[in-house]
Design a protein around this ligand. Structure first.
Ligand SMILES: Cc1cc2nc3c(=O)[nH]c(=O)nc-3n(C[C@H](O)[C@H](O)[C@H](O)COP(=O)(O)OP(=O)(O)OC[C@H]3O[C@@H](n4cnc5c(N)ncnc54)[C@H](O)[C@@H]3O)c2cc1C
Length: 437
């Protein structure tokens, strides 16, 4: 048994992982863990930042061993895979055959089960919605019951509750996903830096609809006239090129230093240099898909640079009508606090509704910021940011969260009661216990 953590390591709650290699063994594995510890939680690859992938019993069922391709229709672009397969493994099968993930988050090390559990979104949310929008069906195992197939037509309520259902409604054993066709694994990009949020919204209003992918980096240390400056990037799958899969050499951070290497002294000059390194006018480029979608995956264990105390990500989405004012206020609070990180991502979300009951995105704008863990975060900065997001009618992303109040969660996700009604009583996370129980 190995000890497991969430990506941000906050809270510091090491988990005992109970592995499983075969779908046929899953019912017995669950029964054993439940008999010994009363409750458990499926764990994909621990790429959630906070406590949503941590069991309240600290005993998780490791799904990663279930990583096989079950069936594929390479003519029609539909694959049935086990839930522990990572997105990287799925891409390695699909790309050479001319297919790509319809939606991908910023890490390819998430599993298919985890992508469903958080109903992940990516740089093309404005066009294709969330991962759940492309799910045809999945097999769900609930304690003491046979595996049931869930789809929009069969067991539809369980289907909706499980997409973004945070692993609480049962164990996803396999999933059937519809892929998108591609002719090359390269991405044609266009990049430009912007001077403030108003410029970002203008760029995004004109260009998002013309491109498959759109995202922006924002300099969260910039203040005054420079507040909200950043770099806007759009991209599309190239029409000509090779269908080569990325196996680029990965660098690694060997251990977590005692204190975070990310702090206000290192960040300010770094962010400034990074911003200046980007073009003033929209500039065309071409990128392999890995650095375009997964720049951070290049450095294995990059989360260790935040030191042994770990870090928290603050990701909110606010509705269109309040986006610019609310996010400007959020950035102003962050730069005034001298907190913040290199990783600060802005993304306009689209109108396509997810079938998931607890799906995070809404039509509006999402902002994600990383912070080294400190007591000030929970005591000072986060309460201020929460108040802004609440008043703007927005919400926080459970996949990234380690601090949201139960009242804020229940208000922002009113369908929580329907998920709770369908929760497998033997499954309980630290997150759910914090916000519901
Ligand atoms: C660098 C980086 C970038 C990211 N970028 C994005 C992004 O752009 N968009 C986005 O949406 N997210 C993003 N994320 C978050 C990440 O995609 C999600 O947290 C994802 O759910 C992690 O998948 P995982 O397999 O590691 O699952 P885990 O983190 O282990 O688990 C996630 C949830 O799914 C449940 N679960 C896992 N497997 C199963 C299963 N087989 N059956 C039922 N439930 C299951 C768990 O109980 C848990 O509630 C990013 C994370 C990182 C580290």
């Amino acid at each position: 048994m190995s000890l497991l953590h969430s990506w941000g390591r906050v809270p510091d709650a090491p988990q005992r992982g109970h592995g499983c290699s075969w779908r046929s063994e899953l019912p017995a594995s669950v029964a054993r863990v439940v008999a010994d510890h009363r409750s458990t939680l499926p764990y994909g690859n621990g790429r959630s930042y906070g406590d949503s992938c941590l069991a309240s019993s600290d005993q998780v069922l490791q799904m990663r061993g279930l990583d096989r391709l079950i069936e594929a229709d390479w003519a029609g672009g539909v694959v049935q895979v086990e839930a522990g397969m990572t997105l990287a493994e799925l891409l390695a099968l699909a790309i050479p055959r001319g297919w790509f993930l319809p939606v991908t988050p910023g890490t390819q090390f998430a599993t298919v089960g985890g992508a469903i559990g958080n109903d992940v979104h990516g740089k093309n949310h404005h066009r294709r919605g969330t991962f759940g929008n492309h799910l045809l069906s999945f097999g769900l195992l609930r304690h003491g019951e046979p595996v049931v197939e869930c789809s929009p037509d069969d067991n539809a309520e369980l289907f909706a509750a499980t997409i973004g259902g945070l692993g609480l409604t049962g164990l996803i054993c396999w999933a059937k996903v519809r892929l998108i066709p591609v002719r090359a694994s390269q991405i044609n990009t266009r990049t430009v830096r912007f001077g403030g949020l108003a410029e970002f919204f203008a760029l995004s209003s004109t260009l998002d609809s013309q491109h498959e992918y759109a995202v922006a980096w924002v300099d969260c240390m910039a203040s005054g006239a420079q507040r909200g400056r950043g770099v806007y990037i759009v991209g599309d799958h190239a029409r000509y090129g090779s269908l080569e899969v990325g196996e680029r050499r990965k660098l690694g951070v060997p251990f977590a230093p005692p204190v975070s290497l990310v702090n206000r002294y290192s960040l300010k000059p770094f962010n400034s240099l990074y911003w200046r390194a980007h073009p003033k006018v929209l500039t065309d480029g071409r990128s392999h898909y890995e650095p375009f979608f997964y720049p951070l995956d290049r450095i294995l264990h990059w989360n260790r640079i935040y030191g042994r105390r770990g870090f928290q990500q603050y990701q909110c989405v606010v509705p269109e009508s309040t986006s610019q004012d609310a996010l400007s206020e959020v950035l102003s609070q962050v730069s005034a606090a001298g907190q913040g990180s290199f990783l600060a991502v802005l993304k306009r979300c689209g109108h396509l509704r997810s079938p998931g009951l607890l799906s995070f995105p809404m039509p509006g704008t999402s902002l994600a910021l990383d912070f080294p863990q400190s007591t000030e975060l929970g005591a000072q900065l986060f309460p201020r940011l929460d108040a802004i997001v609440r008043e703007a009618g927005g919400r926080l992303y459970p996949a990234k969260d380690a601090h949201m109040s139960g009242a804020d969660f229940r208000h922002a996700y009113p369908a929580w009661e329907r998920v709770e009604a369908l929760r497998d009583p033997t499954l309980m996370s630290r997150f759910w216990k914090r916000v519901i129980v």
